[in-house]
Design a protein around this ligand. Structure first.
Ligand SMILES: [Zn+2]
Length: 434
């Protein structure tokens, strides 16, 4: 079923996705220029999956689950602030964060265009930590995206409603999503961590290969997921009912760093070996998914092949095949979801909130109800012709950090001047000078 799209094409698609959201954003922020990113960067970045090496040891398991203290931090009688349907639930999303910025920006074997692409679309570990600290300091509290809307049936039919959230006094709700938490092979060569694992202590760690020494080790300090886990342990008041963030997953390179995908491109005669390894990867990722789900993380679809739903060349048949593959290869592991994050921020059928076209209708038939794109604010719209909600997310990354025009949109979350990592290449910015 994969002959309709090759791996190389998928890599190009990822880059195009990034470009597409740049265009969306630049238009919205009134900026007209771009950096030298191009799709060739993707093919240059294609690499093989590194050999699995023995992770380093982590601490022994604890007798009690420390997450219980997070989940139970707020008691019901403290949740006295009603956050109604007309009040905005803010939503920020991140791509994987850059663990080794100096390597990623200056020293990896990637093309210059690819390095600029990382600069555009990712944040560094330091930037990410500052942003998390800042939204916490400014009174935001993490809520589960699944809790924000519900489907109800009443006299007017079946439709989505924005729920009233009950919060502690003084807190403001925030959803965080992480796109492409798949650990694509190209990223592993460019200064990113390589997979999520469960450590001996029962907690989530990231496996990482030091790009300088080649040493494989486990860390909770260089990857967005364990960093947020640790932050919430230190600041349990940052989480409502234990909520963390939602992963937006594709399937074409597997999930969470495990190569669980069915691959039709493998050489003839090696199918049995490939399938045996794939089954091992499936077994290996299960406890990781289980621990993530147990500790407040949730999962949505980013389509299997990171497909562009707006393009007419991505026809209904392609969307159907892709969705089935996501359900078979990803949904079978992470469980059901009604949330779809548009790759490229690209809306199906051209305009998803004024019209309901055949692709949108099909995705709805498959159970999706919440459709998330990318924008300059946490806009959301409940559709009237079909039971669905459309929503946008803001994207802290190099494009928005460099753009003075975007500073006002993000100033409620953090101070751009404080967050911007000086290790980034000197590509200029449009910050106000006075
Ligand atoms: Zn994506």
């Amino acid at each position: 079923m994969q002959q309709y799209v090759s791996r190389r094409f998928l890599s190009v698609l990822l880059i195009l996705a990034l470009l597409a959201s740049l265009v969306v954003f630049l238009v919205q922020c009134g900026k007209t220029d771009s950096t030298g990113t191009d799709a060739d960067a993707a093919s240059a970045a294609e690499t093989n999956v590194p050999e699995t090496t023995q992770p380093t040891a982590t601490p022994e398991p604890k007798s009690e689950d420390p997450y219980d203290a997070v989940k139970n931090y707020w008691s019901e009688d403290q949740l006295t602030q009603a956050w109604g349907p007309d009040q905005v639930v803010e939503h920020l999303f991140f791509h994987p964060i850059i663990a080794y910025p100096k390597y990623a920006f200056y020293e990896s074997g990637a093309s210059q265009a690819q390095r600029y692409g990382l600069d555009d679309w990712m944040v560094t570990v330091d930037e990410y930590k500052k942003i998390i600290q800042s939204v916490y300091d400014r009174g935001y509290i993490l809520v589960a995206m699944e809790d924000v809307w519900s489907e109800v049936t009443d006299d007017s039919g079946t439709h989505m409603v924005r729920n009233t959230l009950m919060l502690p006094e003084g807190k403001k709700p925030l959803v965080i999503s992480f796109d492409d938490v798949n650990y694509y092979p190209y990223m592993l060569e460019e200064g990113f961590t390589s997979k999520l694992v469960v450590g001996d202590d029962g907690e989530i760690w990231a496996e990482c290969v030091d790009p300088y020494s080649g040493e494989t080790f486990l860390t909770q300090d260089l990857d967005a997921t364990p960093i947020l886990d640790q932050f919430v342990y230190e600041h349990p008041d940052f989480s409502l009912n234990g909520a963390k963030a939602i992963f937006s997953l594709t399937g074409y390179e597997g999930v969470l760093g495990y190569r669980t995908q069915i691959d039709s491109q493998i050489p003839a005669g090696t199918e049995a070996e490939y399938e045996a390894n794939r089954q091992k990867e499936i077994e290996a990722v299960k406890p990781v998914i289980a621990r993530l789900k147990e500790t407040g993380w949730t999962f949505g679809s980013h389509t299997w092949g990171h497909i562009n739903l707006a393009q007419s060349s991505t026809d209904l048949g392609w969307v159907q095949k892709d969705t089935q593959k996501w359900l078979d290869e990803v949904g079978s592991l992470v469980g059901p979801t009604n949330i779809l994050f548009y790759p490229h921020g690209a809306r199906p059928d051209g305009d998803d909130w004024h019209t309901t076209g055949p692709k949108f209708q099909y995705l709805h038939d498959q159970g999706f109800r919440i459709f998330a794109s990318v924008g300059v604010n946490s806009f959301s719209y409940i559709k009237e012709d079909i039971s669905a909600v459309i929503c946008d997310r803001l994207h802290p990354d190099g494009t928005t950090l460099r753009s003075g025009a975007c500073i006002p949109e993000y100033s409620k979350f953090y101070d751009t001047y404080e967050v911007f990592d000086p290790i980034r290449p000197d590509l200029g910015n449009t910050w106000p000078t006075s």
